[in-house]
Design a protein around this ligand. Structure first.
Ligand code: FAD
Length: 432
């Protein structure tokens, strides 16, 4: 049995402040549907919602609980663009398609705006995001991004900030400047995920929790999905299993997909609520923040003024203590603040940080490798997979043309690669 299946949500600041408390049944009888979605994170639920809005008969099966995976425990930062630079995409897919990719990344943010409004999702959605540079070389990278997005694609919502400008909004001495984007933003990820599930249920989507997909068998034009107590026959399947793709599904269909993902463990701490004066001394304009290291710090204030501070995670270390030290380096004024929560999870990275969307066969779709942009890009991926299921795969094909390197070798090699990779990234962050 998959080792995450039947789990409850891990305890996080989000699970303690969730605002919807439904429990959904597990699947006990056979089903015949248009689309079976496997996994109830942002991607699975976004796909189901798009399809249900078009009148499709959709079922979602989740091995654990809605939002159990990365979606329900992430940093909640919805950031436009992609992790790779604009020019890399122009080289790969040509100018017109690179422009379409950029526009789609902006659409990904609009999808959150629309859904929050249309379905009344209470998830503390707030606009404003800054990428910060720790030295002049990294600042030059931000200048290049600002220039490329403005000059190449005409994007007008970014402002470069030097240190004094940045310090009008952020109480830290360690950065040399930043790039502010008024369109990206942040949200309470578990409440957004539960809100998507509720929207799906309101449109007649059937969602089953504690129902892992154990096996998939393509049979003629249909796919049979086997779960512990029942079988689903579906015309189309969407694999929305993310970094958890390393599961028994792997043996048959997920194998090639798992080899595209090198999950990076990330960890988040949440302080006790800060009084308004102290909160303002950290961030006073509601923005969320990432530095532009490869192994980066990311943080923001929650609706109740806690600092949620995240970074990459190491095993065999007291991560709460380590993260507390990291946080004090950035904000010494938080020295006496208590840490109320600490939790971690895998981020679905690809080796070149390009997202990996596509089809295993014509009626089995997948999207993963969001590489730190999944809060926003999952909504877009759901939309373009639903378009493809409806017969228009034009936008999916643009993503399918992106090159995503394969990680060769088994699990052991993958773990080694991850260790070497993390140390290599630390080296690059320090010296480049
Ligand atoms: C600590 C952390 C911080 C992050 N911060 C950010 C951030 O600030 N911004 C950002 O953009 N991204 C961030 N990410 C990444 C982002 O959360 C993910 O890219 C995104 O949530 C992926 O959504 P998903 O629906 O594809 O996957 P998930 O939310 O992981 O959902 C996959 C679901 O599939 C289920 N599943 C797996 N296998 C099976 C099976 N065989 N049968 C049934 N169910 C199955 C799992 O239980 C899980 O619920 C972060 C991730 C982590 C872990």
């Amino acid at each position: 049995m998959l080792n995450f299946a039947y789990q409850e949500h891990i305890r996080t600041y989000y699970s303690d402040t969730r605002n919807l408390h439904f429990n959904l049944p597990n699947l006990t009888d056979n089903q015949h549907v248009d689309v079976c979605v496997i996994g109830a994170g942002f991607l699975g639920l976004s796909t189901a919602l798009e399809l249900a809005e078009k009148g499709k008969n959709v079922i979602v099966i989740e091995g654990a609980r809605v939002g159990y995976g990365a979606s329900g425990r992430s940093g909640g930062q919805a950031i436009n663009g992609f992790e790779e630079g604009i020019h890399e995409y122009i080289d790969q897919v040509g100018f017109e398609n690179a422009r379409k990719l950029w526009d789609m990344s902006l659409e990904a943010i609009e999808i959150i705006d629309q859904r929050v409004q249309k379905y009344g999702i209470q998830c503390d959605w707030k606009k404003g995001y800054a990428t910060l540079a720790l030295n002049e070389r990294r600042m030059a990278d931000l200048v290049a991004i600002a220039k490329a997005s403005q000059e190449v694609f005409g994007y007008q919502h970014m402002q470069l900030w030097d240190k004094p400008q940045l310090q009008q909004h952020l109480g830290s001495e360690i950065y040399v400047g930043g790039l502010y984007d008024s369109q990206s933003g942040h949200l309470h990820p578990l409440n957004y995920c539960l809100g998507l599930a509720q929207a799906c249920l309101s449109l007649g989507v059937k969602i089953y929790e504690h129902t892992p997909a154990l096996d998939l068998n393509p049979q003629g034009n249909m796919v049979h999905i086997h779960t512990p107590e029942a079988t689903i026959q579906a015309k189309n399947v969407v694999l929305a299993t993310n970094a958890f793709i390393d599961s028994p599904l792997n043996a048959k269909i997920g194998f090639k997909l798992a080899r595209k993902i090198l999950p990076v463990e990330s960890f988040i701490i949440a302080t006790e609520p800060l009084d308004q004066k102290l909160a303002d001394s950290v961030i006073n304009n509601g923005m969320s923040v990432c530095d532009n290291n490869i192994l980066l710090d990311y943080y923001r204030l929650s609706a109740d003024n806690r600092l949620l501070f995240g970074s990459d995670s190491s095993s065999n270390v007291d991560m709460v203590a380590k993260m507390r030290r990291n946080m004090f380096e950035v904000f010494p004024q938080l020295e006496h603040v208590k840490i109320d929560y600490g939790w971690g999870g895998p981020i679905d990275m690809t080796l070149n940080a390009a997202p990996h969307f596509g089809r295993v066969q014509p009626n089995i779709y997948f999207a993963h490798g969001f590489s730190g942009h999944g809060v926003a890009l999952t909504g877009l991926a759901g939309r373009i997979i639903s378009e493809a299921i409806e017969g228009n795969d034009e936008r999916l094909r643009i993503f399918e043309a992106l090159k995503v390197p394969t990680i060769f070798g088994g699990k052991w090699i993958k773990q080694m690669a991850l260790k070497i990779g993390v140390n290599y990234y630390r080296f690059l962050d320090k010296y480049r």
